[in-house]
Design a protein around this ligand. Structure first.
Ligand code: ADP
Length: 538
C-alpha cells in the first residue's frame, strides 16, 4: 500500500467537492446565519490568508473562545489545515484556569465571540504570549481594551479571495487541535489531537455500529465546541457533508427543542442534564422531536429511566462514553442483532451500559492486583485504553503523564465491569466511588436508581467521610417542582430498598433546589463533597 498521510485537509476538500450545496445553519449572538458548504469553504480559505497575514507559523497555537457557531467551525478547519494548532478554550473555566491554559499552550492569536470578550478582558493582563485578539461579531465591535484587536469579519472581507493552497506535506502526526481537561487537583491538563487521530476518529463516528454519522443527517452538537471537539461531530459531519445546526450562545432546553423541531435535526448530542431539561418540554407536547433518529448521550451516565422516558416519546437515546484524552469516542451502546429479541428488561439493562468498544481501539480492565477482570458483569477494574485516537501524554506535563500513561496505556481512572457480551458499564470514577468499610459503592448506580423515582428530577450521590466506615453515601436530590416538600428521605430510602444492597442505602438524603454543575454541565460532586464534608463528624 501507499504511505498516505491522513490530514484534515482531505476532509475539508471532500466537503467542497461533493457537498457544496449542503447547508450549515448557525445561531450567533446577534442573529442567525445559513450558508452552504461552498460558502463555508471560501471563508475557511480567507481565514487561512488571515492567519498568514497575522504571522501565524506552522505549529503555532491559535486559541478560540467561542460557542457552537459557523465562525468556530471555520476555525476548526482553517487553523489545522493551515498547519497551526486549534486550541479550544473552555469558556466556563475559572479566570485563573483560563489564563493558565492560554499561557501554557502559548496561544499567539485568540478568536473570541463578541459576548465573551469581558471574560478575556478580565485576564488579559496575565496573558504572556497573545499577539492578536480577534473578535467575532455580527456587526460593529463592542468597546474593548484588548490590544491589538481586530474584527473577524473585517479581516475576512479584506483577505484574498483566492483559493488557499493548504499544505499537503504535513505529517499525519502533526498536532491539529488541543483541549485541556479539568483535573481534580492542580492545573488543567492539555491533550493534543493529531490530524491522523481526528480523521480516524471521524471515520469511527461514521460507522453504522457507533454513531452512524452520515450525509443524510442533520446534526446538532449541543455539547460545546470548546470542550473535546464537540465529541468530534464537527469533523465527522463535515467529512460526510451532513447538514449542520450550530445552536450558538447559551443553548437552553426551549432553544434546543425549538431548533430540533424547526431544523428537523436527526442526530443531537449532549450530556444527560441537557436531555433531562428537555424532557418535560417533550412530555408536555410543547415540541416535537420526531425528526430525531437518535440522541447521543455521554459525558455522564445516561440513566435507564432517562432512556425509557425518551423511548416513550419515540426518541432513541444512544449511550456513549469517552473523555478528553480519547478524542472522545470509546464506547457506544447499540444492541447486537440477537439482543433485539430479548425482553424489555434485559434490553434496557444493556442500553444503560456504556457499550461496546469502538473498532480500532484496545482495552484492558485491570483489578487492584493488576489482573484482567472476568467478563461477568460483576468484577470491577480500571479501564485502560490504547489506540490511534487515544492520547499518549499530557502536553508538557511529564509528571502527570507518567501517572496516567504508564506502560503505554491510558489509565482512565474509571472503574468498570464488562458483561459476557463485552458491554462495558462505568461503575464510577475512582474518585467518586464511595469507599465504605473496605467495600466499594457505586455512586452512579445509586443515582440511577434514585432517578427512576417519578418525583425525582436529578440526583447526585457522594461519599462523605465517616468515623466508623471511612465513607458513607449521601444522596443529594432535586425533586420535580410539583413534588417539592411532598417527598421525604423515608420515601426515597423505601424506593431504594430491595433494588440495591442494604448497606448501600444512603445515610442521608438531602433535598436541594439544584445540583451544582461543572463547567461542562456535569454534576459537580467536588462542590457537594466540600459542602457536606463534616456531615458525620459534627
Ligand atoms: P471532565 O468531566 O473531567 O472535564 P471529560 O469531559 O474528559 O472531563 O470527562 C470524561 C469522564 O466523564 C470519563 O472519564 C467518565 O468518568 C465520564 N463519562 C463520560 N461518558 C460517560 C458515560 N456515558 N457514563 C458515565 N460516565 C461517563
Amino acid at each position: 500500500m501507499m504511505r498516505y498521510n491522513l490530514l484534515l485537509k482531505s476532509v475539508l476538500e471532500r466537503a467542497l467537492k461533493y457537498y457544496s450545496r449542503k447547508a450549515i445553519y448557525s445561531r450567533t449572538f446577534g442573529g442567525e446565519k445559513e450558508y452552504t458548504y461552498r460558502d463555508f469553504y471560501h471563508r475557511v480559505c480567507r481565514l487561512a490568508w488571515v492567519l498568514k497575514e497575522l504571522g501565524v507559523k506552522r505549529g503555532a497555537r491559535v486559541g478560540t473562545f467561542a460557542w457552537n457557531n459557523h465562525r468556530h467551525l471555520e476555525l476548526y478547519f482553517a487553523v489545522p489545515c493551515f498547519g497551526a494548532v486549534l486550541h479550544t478554550i473552555n469558556i466556563r473555566l475559572f479566570p485563573e484556569q483560563i489564563a493558565y491554559i492560554i499561557n501554557h499552550a502559548e496561544d499567539e492569536v485568540l478568536f473570541i465571540d463578541e459576548d465573551l470578550v469581558p471574560l478575556i478582558e478580565a485576564v488579559a493582563d496575565k496573558l504572556a504570549t497573545v499577539r492578536h485578539y480577534v473578535i467575532m461579531a455580527d456587526g460593529a465591535l463592542p468597546p474593548t481594551n484588548l490590544k491589538p484587536v481586530h474584527s473577524y469579519e473585517d479581516l475576512l472581507s479584506s483577505a484574498s479571495s483566492e483559493t488557499y493552497e493548504f499544505p499537503g506535506d504535513l505529517d499525519e502526526y502533526t498536532p491539529a487541535a488541543m483541549c485541556y481537561t479539568t483535573a481534580t487537583t492542580g492545573n488543567p491538563k492539555g491533550v493534543v489531537y493529531t490530524h491522523r487521530a481526528l480523521v480516524l476518529h471521524s471515520m469511527a463516528a461514521c460507522m453504522v455500529d457507533t454513531l452512524a454519522v452520515c450525509e443524510q443527517d442533520v446534526i446538532m452538537p449541543v455539547v460545546p465546541m470548546f470542550h473535546v471537539n464537540a465529541w468530534g461531530l464537527p469533523f465527522a459531519a463535515t467529512m460526510v457533508g451532513a447538514t449542520q445546526v450550530l445552536p450558538g450562545p447559551r443553548p437552553d432546553p426551549h432553544l434546543i427543542c425549538r431548533l430540533i423541531q424547526e431544523r428537523k435535526v436527526t442526530l443531537a448530542a449532549g450530556v444527560p442534564t441537557i436531555w433531562l431539561g428537555c424532557l418535560p418540554l417533550y412530555e408536555s407536547g410543547q415540541y416535537s422531536g420526531q425528526s430525531l433518529r437518535a440522541v447521543v448521550v455521554g459525558g455522564s451516565a445516561a440513566s435507564r429511566s432517562l432512556i425509557e422516558a425518551y423511548d416513550r416519546l419515540g426518541i432513541p437515546i444512544l449511550h456513549a462514553y469517552g473523555m478528553t484524552e480519547t478524542t472522545p469516542l470509546v464506547l457506544a451502546s447499540r444492541l447486537k442483532s440477537y439482543m433485539q429479541e430479548w425482553d424489555g428488561e434485559r434490553k434496557y439493562a444493556a442500553r444503560a451500559r456504556q457499550g461496546l468498544l469502538v473498532p480500532g481501539l484496545e482495552m484492558r480492565v485491570v483489578n487492584e492486583r493488576g489482573e484482567d477482570v472476568q467478563w461477568n458483569g460483576r468484577e470491577m477494574g480500571e479501564l485502560w485504553l490504547r489506540g490511534p485516537w487515544i492520547a499518549g501524554e499530557y502536553y508538557r506535563d511529564p509528571e502527570r503523564t507518567a501517572e496516567a500513561f504508564a506502560g503505554g496505556w491510558l489509565r482512565t481512572g474509571d472503574i468498570v465491569t464488562v458483561d459476557e457480551e463485552g458491554y462495558v458499564a462505568i461503575v464510577d470514577r475512582t474518585k467518586d466511588l464511595v469507599k465504605s468499610g473496605g467495600e466499594w459503592i457505586s455512586s452512579v448506580d445509586l443515582e440511577n436508581t434514585i432517578m427512576a423515582h417519578p418525583a425525582v428530577q436529578e440526583a447526585a450521590v457522594i461519599g462523605v467521610p465517616h468515623p466508623k466506615w471511612q465513607e458513607r453515601p449521601v444522596a443529594c436530590v432535586v425533586l420535580k417542582p410539583e413534588f417539592r416538600g411532598r417527598v421525604g428521605k423515608e420515601e426515597i430510602l423505601a424506593f431504594l430498598s430491595g433494588k440495591v444492597a442494604k448497606w448501600w442505602l444512603p445515610d442521608e438524603v438531602i433535598f436541594l433546589e439544584e445540583i451544582p454543575k461543572t463547567s461542562v454541565g456535569k454534576f459537580s460532586k467536588r462542590v457537594l463533597r466540600e459542602r457536606y464534608a463534616h456531615l458525620f463528624s459534627g
